[in-house]
Design a protein around this ligand. Structure first.
Ligand SMILES: Nc1ncnc2c1ncn2[C@@H]1O[C@H](COP(=O)(O)OP(=O)(O)OP(=O)(O)O)[C@@H](O)[C@H]1O
Ligand SMILES: [Mg+2]
Length: 255
């Protein structure tokens, strides 16, 4: 069964100049359960807009989006957030900065509902979160009491990942989630991501400009340009490609 299906999805934005930009141009995509799809493409290709359409932060003009066979286009963001987890490029997004790491994790556990939230801040839950975080060998278990804004960018991205995946989402969306990190931390976050995705067999869409990461971690790669999916590389093809090949292909598109 397909976990995600996009049928003829279109979205046009109106620029201030009045010019219409077709940002999602007849997108068709089927993603199987547990598949990891890398999304690459030039700046402005429509990659983030595609994820925004999935999470309901923009409404599509025409087309159909099915998540686990149910249409989700038209649902509001809060509703969709129950099924889709998302991690952004900016480590400060997707978390409540002034709240502690523990409070943020508990919010995620309650899927963002404030009702009964303060009652959930018990010693028992604290212990549970410490055990949970310990699994990832990040020495975060002693830092659950500090405001999340005081963590390093890498630590925040790991916590964001934990929050996005805690309730096993039907779909995980990663939008350049390692792009703001130094190379060593980026690698560590990418490896932790792979561990979490594998452990829960999460269906994942991952936007990245790191072509090697796309090749290493994806089952399939889609290449977007000017609002279209212009190429889909399957696993067999990926095995034969280098990041240089992908780079060259993208370079040729721009010229
Ligand atoms: N809310 C919006 N209103 C108007 N135009 C928008 C809006 N969001 C995105 N766009 C435009 O849509 C196009 C695609 O943007 P998008 O952010 O999806 O690109 P991207 O592929 O994610 O690029 P990047 O690699 O730079 O992140 C761009 O031309 C952008 O200016
Ligand atoms: Mg983007």
């Amino acid at each position: 069964m397909a976990q995600l299906q996009l049928n003829n999805v279109n979205k046009t934005f109106q620029r201030k100049t009045g010019e219409a930009v077709h940002v999602l141009n007849n997108i068709n995509l089927t993603v199987e359960e547990g598949e990891v799809i890398g999304i690459i493409g030039t700046n402005g290709a429509g990659k983030s807009t595609l994820l925004n359409a999935l999470t309901g932060s923009i409404q599509i003009d025409t087309g159909e989006i099915l998540l686990a066979d149910k249409p989700i286009q038209g649902l509001d963001q809060v509703e969709i957030a129950k099924y889709i987890g998302r991690v952004f490029q900016d480590p400060s997004m997707g978390t409540a900065p002034r709240m502690t790491v523990f409070e943020n994790l508990m919010l995620a556990k309650k899927r963002g509902t404030i009702r009964g939230f303060s009652k959930s801040l018990t010693d028992e839950n604290y212990q549970q979160m410490q055990d949970f975080v310990q699994k990832f060998y990040l020495n975060l278990e002693d830092r659950l009491d500090i405001p999340i804004e005081n963590l390093s960018g890498g630590q925040r991205q790991i916590i964001s990942l934990l929050m996005a995946t805690m309730q096993r989402p039907d779909l995980l969306l990663l939008d350049e989630h390692t792009a703001a990190l130094d190379p060593r931390t980026a690698k560590q976050v990418m490896e932790t991501t792979q561990e979490m995705v594998r452990e829960q067999q999460l269906t994942t869409l991952m936007i990245t400009h790191h072509l090697q990461d796309a090749l290493t971690y994806s089952d399939r790669i889609i290449l977007m340009h000017h609002g279209q999916i212009i190429k889909i590389y399957d696993q067999e093809t990926i095995q034969t490609l280098s990041s240089g090949d992908l780079y060259q292909y993208m370079e040729d598109l721009i010229i």
